[in-house]
Design a binder for this molecule. Structure first.
Ligand code: GLN
Length: 486
């Protein structure tokens, strides 16, 4: 049987019911990776040996009669900006080309404790800066639905490997849409949890007031299961929240009668594809037929989300990336003659053009004389964006919008025009600025035969309602069952 085609919860059931050995599952994924990876290029590092070792462990524990956590033996891909002991962690940057961490990210530790075998480390835009995976210093990843198209980004490798069945699920990180936009481009589910819901210890930081780790899965049930596994307070991350962690799968009832849904007109951006607009409006009709009420609303400040983000994110990245100086770890230039040229040369050689541009913009926005005009102003407007959400959530349970204004574009099509690419982050960025949970679920197929994503945003820490709304939609439609043909 082609086990690799199954969802994580279907595989979990087979293993827990002792119908299939975890090793057979691992073999199936190893074969799948072997046969499609050359075309898709999801992974920077493949770890089938580690996957098989863990699967063997699972089988022997099951043989001993032990009860294992729900996702034991279900293979998972990990974005290559999360630290893994003994396995190269590059953030798709030359500056970390040979970096092998000496500690695990908390999410990776949690996967290990749950006996989740790791298929490999997935490709991304360098340091998660980008929307297409083309900013990877190593190679671009291809969209499994059409190999000439981008998989989205920055978690493009994670999205592609789930869509190509090269793992059962993957972890991504989302600073301005990097889980949801690639999920939308690749026809899978991507959940950005509430800021602080999941520990970022061991995540190579991009913009610390925005970064969040989350699940990228084949369906909503898998997203809930993976969130169960990775969420929770962590003493190693002071921004992780000490709050109740419910069993998110309990929220997956189909009953959304009386749910109040807001549809903000500002998310229907200029230049948006007609096919995307139609798919989202059809989704709205489905929600109404399921007993929810949907009302059009206005969120006047969300249009400032984009410029605000492109000040705050570079400002934080310019500070976070200061640590890559060629001294303690990462690339060290052999052309340097003194301390300063060591920093300068190592960083010039190690960082790619997008990262350099952001570091420069960030330093500019933070420098004396410009700080008030740019950084401080951006923080103030961020508060206004957040207040727009607060006001809507006084009356509504969730907000529904497109995930991206358009479907996946061609590889190389927008590389000369980074401005256009950034404009397309308009629908995902507001949730990061407000710190709220947001999910993307498949909701249609565009004129170009590429997937379209529906975004559902909720109140802070109310992932349950977001998942409930997503599940009800998924169960009423068949879009999640459509697969890339490879
Ligand atoms: N596309 C956005 C950017 O380039 C978001 C990236 C992300 O969420 N990591 O900054």
């Amino acid at each position: 049987m082609e086990f690799y085609k199954l969802t994580a919860h279907e595989i979990a059931d087979l293993i827990q019911n002792k119908q299939v050995k975890a090793v057979e599952i691992a073999e199936s994924f190893a074969q799948r990776i072997n046969s499609v990876e050359d075309k898709v290029k999801s992974y920077i590092t493949i770890t089938c040996d580690i996957m098989t070792e863990e699967a063997k462990k699972v089988d022997s524990l099951i043989e001993k009669g032990e009860t294992l956590p729900p996702l034991a033996g279900v293979p998972c891909g990990v974005k290559d900006n999360m630290s893994t002991i003994g396995v190269k962690t590059t953030a798709a940057s030359k500056i970390l080309n040979n970096y092998v961490p000496v500690y695990d990210a908390t999410v990776v530790e949690k996967l290990k404790e749950a006996h989740v075998p790791m298929t490999g480390k997935t490709n991304l835009d360098e340091f998660a800066m980008g929307s297409s995976c083309e900013n990877s210093a190593f190679f671009p990843t291809h969209n499994p639905w059409n190999l000439d198209k981008v998989p989205g980004g920055s978690s493009g490798g994670s999205a592609a490997c789930v869509a190509a069945d090269e793992c059962a699920f993957a972890l991504g990180s989302d600073t301005g849409g990097s889980i949801r936009q690639p999920a939308s481009f690749c026809g899978i589910v991507g959940l950005k949890p509430t800021y602080g819901r999941v520990s970022r210890y061991g995540l190579l930081a991009f913009a610390s007031s925005l970064d969040q780790i989350g699940p990228m899965t084949k369906d909503v049930t898998d997203a809930a299961m993976v969130l169960n596994l990775i969420c929770g307070k962590d003493s190693m991350d002071s921004t992780s929240l000490d709050v109740d962690t419910p069993d998110f799968t309990k929220a997956l009832t189909k009953d959304i009668k009386g749910m109040k849904i807001a549809l903000p007109k500002e998310f229907f951006a200029k230049g948006m594809g007609e096919d995307t607009r139609e798919a989202v409006l059809k989704a709205v009709e489905i929600y109404k037929s399921l007993g929810a009420t949907v009302e059009e609303v206005s969120m006047p400040n969300v249009e400032y989300g984009l410029p605000v983000y492109y000040i705050i994110a570079p400002a934080e990245c310019s500070s976070n990336l200061g640590r890559y100086d060629g001294v303690k770890y990462g690339h060290r230039s052999d052309k340097s003659v003194d301390t300063f040229s060591l920093y300068e040369q190592s960083r010039s050689e190690g960082f790619g053009p997008e990262v350099k541009q952001r570091i420069m913009i960030g330093n500019y926005a933070l420098s004396a004389g410009y700080y008030d005009a740019y950084y401080l102003k951006a923080q103030q407007v961020r508060t206004l964006v957040k207040r727009d959400f607060d006001r809507i959530y006084e009356k509504y349970d969730v907000i529904v919008a497109p995930t991206s204004p358009n479907t996946a574009f061609g590889i190389g099509e927008q590389t000369d025009d980074p401005y256009t690419m950034k404009l397309a982050d308009v629908c995902t960025i507001p949730a990061n600025l407000a710190g709220i949970p947001a999910i993307s679920v498949p909701c249609g197929i565009g004129e170009d035969s590429m997937p379209i994503g529906l975004q559902i945003m909720g109140k802070a820490l109310d992932e349950e309602t977001v998942l409930k709304a997503a599940f009800a939609f998924e169960q009423a439609t068949d879009f999640h069952k459509l697969k890339a043909k490879l």
